[in-house]
Write a protein that binds this ligand. Structure first.
Ligand code: PEP
Ligand code: MG
Length: 876
């Protein structure tokens, strides 16, 4: 684990990192070194590696021996290059200490600025800068940040003092406080510091540095950072790196400033320089969302030459990185300096637009573009938007920070948003600004609204990363947390009132607003065309109704891989016929019920075959146990008794008789067809009749019949014979012979997978039912798993929920084995998957690798699956 070298320098003298070294230097460190190497203006500094963070943890939270010597050596280099001295009273060097892991985690870990200031150094800084106000401002920031981040002094203690002194001096903005006010503030801050820590604020710069480095390492494991990694499924990292960099000052007066910019619009993807800045401020002021910054377009009026330089930086960075970048910069007395670049977080819409435009610009290939868009992010583009024709009761307009349409009741804190969401409410989290502490609530809420902060504030960046709807900086919203109301221009709303936010226009509206299907962009269509061109895996859908089938087909589905017929029996009056059939005492009576059901089933299938004409429709025979169709509450049983004119006791007795302790492993699937072959006969008849009637009307119906829950080949051979006999007799009765209906089976019981060669003898195709296969391989009940699974994930016993993403090592091994055994028996046998995993990008990749022919997923996920299948094909 111990690496030879723990500290890597970046500067004009030498630059020891590169963008490829993210794992070791973190994203920030690697890119600072890279930008230095390509000649961009970057203040010099050095990076302590992520391996050192892992070492720090491994030895029980201590800085490893030798580290500080290396830090001192690099500090000497830095002093030489900047011609300043750390701790000097004449010509002081100040540094920033910032975290930075291999994967960006905006705002989640700690930062300390202006490090190296002490009482005496502060006087020195005032002298050399000839700007005492600036030196005082830097010092008060250091005491606050160091206290807050390193020594865990409660932040509000500093805030309270700041408010008190601003009041005393009659100013509202931080920048308006004069020297006397700042002197008083520093004295007050030192008292806060001492009262809370029991120590004086350290007057030794190296002691400050050592403690700050430790604090950054520690921040890797603070709850909000852990939670952020959980939500974003970030695993396998060593820790955070620490970047120590020469301070440059955006707070040196009105010719200085600081800003954040994206080289393209991260909400829409438009190729337009996008960003914000604050005059006379330090970096944290922009991202913390405390002051609402100015749009970067306004920089043209303030400093046109800097704006031009920024456009040059955009060009250089995009040419070099071939992707949209998110940068932080400072302007120190008219000089532009870059403090960070990283791949910019973006919405799904922006990801698609940028990837496609970069292909058109000749920067990347189609394959790279396909890999650039996280497949799941396509969901954001497919979500309904507010109906453009619907009436909107607009309360105010804020900054459109992250697109989307969200409606909900008002939640005032992150915890409240989490709790109310768990209780099934849709809530909008309404805050003055958000802090990294709020991530859980932001994630849970349907949308986020803040009254301060800009387009690059923490709330906006995090929301865009998740594709969550967000409005920031809605300054007319007055939040009264105490009384749980918000007021906008005299209109008040309580926590039970519904509001709607449009993250594309920034409009905040009263009440709920109707939605409409989204309009898909040309870029989306191009990306999908490329995906279809590159993928080899087909994408089918799980659909039970013609509407779902049509929707899925519009989104590119190439067949129905699973039609769950049980859903058809709940429509209208059919459930009564179904119940009559289940209650029947004998075969004859059962047939009466089934005869009533048959025409309904036939019509259902005709609808599906018509919607999918020319494509396969895989119909699964009845799967759930019969008791699922009977009412279990007494008043409903009484209603049924009245309707069927049978005694209540008879219904109760049948319910008791059908009761199972463990229905998932009970009388279901093919076992039903073995016990009640007449149900199978009815369904096979309806399928065949529907197909023939369609064909006679010129519709190319392509049904396939699938038997669920096979465990032994005997079950399948028996049922297959009955299905074939039924098909044959319908064909004869109709005098129609131009129809072939393949008969296959689901593989969803481990035994079926283990004996797949035997099963294959009787099957034309396999479809892996990985919901049940996961249930039975792990022995986890699908219906009860939530009682313990979240805990398993937290303890990292499992990396992710195996019902959402296929457990490729265990369950996947069974699938792979069944594929190979099946195809050994029957060369080229068609195989697909129809469990929920068919729509999950990671599982789709596995399906591609083991040579399945198709994945079948819910209609909504079809585009995601098309892209994921293409990614699997182009990924080496
Ligand atoms: C499965 O088990 O994966 C499957 C698709 O069937 P169901 O979810 O209906 O049990
Ligand atoms: Mg199943």
């Amino acid at each position: 684990m111990t690496s030879q070298k723990r500290v890597h320098y970046f500067g004009k003298t030498k630059s020891e990192g590169s963008k490829e070294m993210k794992d070791l230097l973190g994203g920030k460190g690697a890119n600072l070194a890279e930008m230095t190497s390509i000649g961009l203006p970057v203040p010099p500094g050095f990076t302590i590696t992520t391996e050192t963070c892992a070492e720090y943890d491994a030895i029980g939270g201590k800085l490893p021996d030798g580290l500080l010597d290396e830090v001192h050596r690099n500090m000497a280099l830095l002093e030489e290059e900047t011609d300043k001295k750390f701790g000097s009273e004449d010509n002081p060097l100040l540094v920033s200490v910032r975290s930075g892991a291999a994967v960006s985690m905006p705002g989640m870990m700690d930062t300390v600025l202006n490090l190296g200031l002490t009482d005496k150094v502060m006087d020195g800084l005032a002298n050399v800068s000839d700007n005492r106000r600036f030196a005082l401002d830097a010092y008060r920031r250091l005491i606050n940040m160091f206290g807050d981040v390193v020594m865990e002094v409660p932040h509000h203690n500093f805030e309270d003092e700041f408010d008190r002194i601003k009041d005393k001096y009659g100013v509202s903005e931080d920048t308006d406080l004069n020297e006397a006010g700042l002197e008083e503030l520093i004295t007050a801050y030192k008292t806060v510091y001492k009262n809370s820590t029991g120590e004086d604020f350290p007057q030794d710069p190296y002691q400050q540095l050592e403690k700050a480095v430790e604090a950054v390492f520690k921040s890797w494991n603070i709850p909000r950072a852990i939670r952020y990694r959980e939500i974003n499924e970030i695993t396998g990292l060593l820790g955070t790196a620490v970047n120590v960099q020469t301070m440059v000052f955006g707070n040196m007066g009105d010719d200085s400033g600081t800003g954040v910019a994206f080289t393209r619009d991260p909400s829409t993807g438009e190729n337009k320089f996008f960003g914000e800045f604050l005059i006379n401020a330090q970096g944290e002021d922009v991202v913390a969302g405390i002051r609402t910054p100015q749009n970067v377009d306004e920089m043209v009026k303030w400093r046109p030459e800097i704006y031009e330089q920024l456009l040059d930086v955009k060009r250089i960075l995009e040419n070099h990185y071939r992707d949209m970048q998110d940068i932080e910069y400072t302007i120190e007395k008219g000089n532009l300096l870059l403090l960070q670049t990283r791949t910019g977080k973006r919405t799904g819409l922006a990801a698609v637009t940028i990837a496609v435009e970069m292909v058109v610009e000749g920067r990347i290939t189609q394959q790279e573009a396909l890999l650039r868009v996280p497949a799941n992010d396509l969901n954001q583009l497919l979500l309904p938007t507010f109906d453009s024709k619907a009436e909107r009761d607009i309360l105010t307009v804020g900054l459109p920070a992250s697109p989307g349409a969200a409606s909900g009741k008002i939640a005032y804190s992150a915890d409240e948003a989490v709790d109310r969401t768990h209780e099934g409410e849709s809530v909008i989290l309404v805050r003055k600004d958000t802090s990294p502490e709020d991530v859980s609530g932001m994630h849970a809420a349907a949308g986020i609204l803040t009254s301060t902060g800009g387009m690059t504030s923490h709330a906006a960046v995090v929301a865009r990363g998740w594709g969550k709807c967000c409005i920031a900086g809605a300054g007319e919203v007055v939040i009264d947390e105490q009384n749980r109301t918000i007021t906008i221009n005299g209109r008040s709303f309580g926590d039970q009132d519904v509001i709607s936010i449009d993250g594309s226009s920034g409009e905040l509206m009263a009440g709920d607003v109707p939605r409409e299907e989204p309009k898909l962009s040309e870029e989306f269509k191009s990306l999908m065309e490329w995906a279809d061109h590159h993928r080899t895996l087909q994408v089918w859908t799980n659909a039970d109704t013609p509407q779902d089938a049509k929707r899925a087909r519009n989104w590119g589905a190439q067949g129905i891989g699973l039609c769950r017929t049980e859903h058809m029996f709940f429509e209208g009056d059919r459930i009564t016929d179904m119940r009559e059939m289940i209650l029947a005492d004998n075969l004859e009576a059962r047939r009466v019920g089934l005869d009533k059901l048959l025409p309904h089933q036939r019509e259902d299938f005709k609808g599906l075959f018509t919607a999918m004409q020319g494509l396969s429709v895989t119909v699964r025979l009845l799967d759930p146990p019969l008791h699922e169709f009977l009412p279990h509450e007494e008043h409903l049983q009484q209603e049924l008794a009245d309707r069927l004119q049978v005694p209540l006791e008879k219904i109760m007795a049948r319910v008791t008789q059908l009761h199972e302790t463990n229905p998932m492993l009970g009388h279901r699937g093919c076992r039903l067809s073995i016990s009640y072959p007449e149900i199978l006969v009815m369904q096979a008849t309806a399928i065949t009749e529907a197909a023939i009637e369609c064909k006679q009307d010129g519709i190319d119906a392509r049904p396939e019949i699938m038997v669920p829950l096979i465990g032994t080949s005997k079950e399948l051979s028996l049922l297959r014979k009955q299905i074939e006999t039924t098909i044959q007799s319908v064909k004869e009765a109709k005098g129609y012979n131009e129809l072939h209906i393949p008969v296959g089976t689901m593989i969803e019981i481990p035994r079926a997978a283990l004996t797949a060669d035997e099963v294959a003898k009787h099957a034309d195709f396999f479809s892996f039912g990985t919901n049940d296969l996961t249930q039975m391989t792990f022995g986890y009940s699908r219906d009860d798993v939530n009682s313990f699974l979240p805990n398993y994930i937290r303890h990292e016993i499992l990396e992710r929920d195996p019902f959402q993403s296929l457990d490729t090592t265990g369950v996947g091994q069974l699938v792979a084995m069944a594929v190979s055994k099946g195809r050994n028996e029957k060369k080229g046998m068609k195989m697909g998957i129809c469990g929920e995993h068919g729509g999950d990008p990671l599982s789709i990749r596995f399906c591609h690798q083991i040579g399945l022919n198709y994945v079948s997923c819910s209609p909504f996920r079809v585009p995601v699956a098309r892209l994921a299948a293409a990614q699997a094909a182009v990924k080496k």
